[in-house]
Design a protein around this ligand. Structure first.
Ligand code: P70
Length: 446
């Protein structure tokens, strides 16, 4: 499938971004030239997946596509109990209800936005235990998604009874799509076993994580990615998955469990919120495309091409002197807005301002992952709390763009860089209580 790209002129883009409250989520996609807002649900499906779409069994209960999906997840990940959900956050909602009570703590390398939102909605506390290297944007290091294992154990020991769950996000989206090493995953499991805490994966980009293990971690270079994936998941009790990423589909998700007991609890939440146990908010044809995508993503030529394209864009940006998170991760290139726009203070949202300027410059839509996405007002003091990182993510959809598109992106960023010192900050004028970045509105400071 190919899609026409549309160009717009600068005056139109200025008007549209203003109407959108200086938030790129509010733009009509027809007014976006190259859309790097997300790698989520933006994949082009393969011939094999489309063929599967024609084989949808839309029975209310017991669809053959569900059984195929269940068997595929068992084969690829090793988890036998599968709960489909409409997307990742539906899966997170179910998982939190199985394991987490108000007042609990959920420990992770770094929880992504929707995960953090669901932990908070449950009245629990999200705790990030990312190793220090993960915060150092400009410094090259392998596996910047790793846990600081000492910190994890110290956080557990603050109140062992409240440590309800450990969640390993692979790859770590907040700080650049950075991978977690097998050694680190094994270390997490060991600590979890010491205290009897369940370990789950947020598996949205599991195949990309396995690719990095293969290429960076001693002992894995001759192992097939499929085998590495199986080993990663062997250290967990289950996973949530936004299938919109590494299952190569446009919509869908699931929770998978090793234990039947957890599964029984999960379906008590699935049925009222997502749908019957064999469809969970999805059509049979969607389940089939997901099952096929979960195997296709393990193809190593595909992974090389995909991650190679991310690397290609990163190289172009480094050459142009744009400060990016290094090394680039699996699904996008992340720009360090703090160093690109050092004159804009945190409360004027430098990464959001840069996102706006990139759109105005070239019709290119990235996304802010900084003070708007992860900052909040302290409920007690009312003070702003800012996350360490202030990034603009250029997420690359899977199997959609060519390297020529990446050249256009680099050129636009170069032009933004040239006028960086004249770029103004933004004032936040509307925010929702959780996940505020999706619907926030801003005004441009003059
Ligand atoms: C993204 C999207 C979704 C996501 C994720 C991880 C590690 C769970 C989910 C939820 C969200 C997004 C962010 C900014 C702009 C657009 C979209 N990530 N865990 O692009 O899954 O979306 O299916 O409910 O990355 O990274 P779901």
């Amino acid at each position: 499938m190919v899609e026409m790209l549309r160009t717009t002129d600068r005056a139109t883009r200025e008007r549209l971004i203003k109407e959108a409250g200086y938030n790129v989520f509010g733009l009509p996609s027809d007014a976006v030239y190259i859309d790097l807002l997300s790698d989520s649900g933006t994949t082009a499906m393969s011939d094999y997946q489309w063929a599967g779409m024609m084989m949808g069994d839309e029975a209310y209960a017991g669809s053959r596509n569900f059984y195929n999906l269940r068997d595929t997840i068992k084969e690829v990940m090793g988890y036998g109990y599968v709960v489909p959900a409409h997307q990742g956050r539906g899966a997170e909602h179910i998982l939190m209800n199985v394991f987490v009570k108000p007042g609990d703590r959920v420990l992770g390398n770094m929880h992504f936005d929707t995960t953090e939102g669901h932990i908070l909605l449950k009245g629990a506390e999200p705790v990030n235990c990312l190793a220090e290297a993960g915060y150092k944007v400009g410094e090259e290091a392998d596996f910047k998604g790793n846990f600081d294992l000492d910190l994890l154990e110290a956080e557990i020991n603050k109140d062992v009874d409240k440590a309800a769950l450990i969640l390993i996000t692979i790859t770590c989206n907040n700080n650049g799509g950075q991978p977690v090493s097998m050694e680190n995953i094994r270390g997490v499991r060991k600590i979890a076993d010491k205290y009897g805490i369940p370990v789950f994966f947020d598996a949205a980009r599991f195949a990309e994580n396995a690719y990095f293990i293969k290429h960076l971690e001693p002992g894995y270079k001759d192992k097939p990615v499929a085998e590495i994936v199986k080993e990663m998941f062997s250290y967990g009790d289950g996973c949530t998955m936004s299938a919109k990423k590494d299952a190569l589909v446009n919509i869908g998700g699931f929770v998978a469990f090793r234990s039947e007991e957890h599964y029984r609890k999960a379906i008590e939440w699935q049925v009222p919120f997502e749908g019957y146990v064999t469809y969970g908010g999805l059509a049979g044809r969607d389940l089939e495309a997901m099952a096929r995508g979960l195997k296709e993503v393990l193809n190593e030529d595909y992974l090389e091409d995909r991650i190679g394209q991310v690397r290609y864009l990163a190289d172009l940006l480094v050459e142009a002197g744009i400060p990016i998170v290094r090394p680039p991760g699996g699904h996008g290139v992340y720009i360090d807005a703090k160093s690109m726009l050092p004159h804009i203070p945190r409360h004027q949202f430098p990464a959001q301002a840069l996102t706006v300027e990139l759109y105005v410059e070239g019709g290119i839509r990235g996304v802010e992952l900084g003070g708007c996405a992860f900052g909040y007002k302290d409920p007690e003091t009312g003070e702003d709390v800012w996350p360490e990182l202030e990034l603009v993510r250029l997420a690359i959809p899977r199997r959609v763009y060519t390297d020529r598109h990446m050249m256009v992106v680099a050129r636009a960023l170069k032009a933004v860089k040239q006028r960086a010192s004249s770029i103004k900050g933004l004032r936040l004028v509307y925010e929702a209580p959780v996940m505020r970045h999706f619907t926030a509105r801003f005004e441009r400071l003059e």
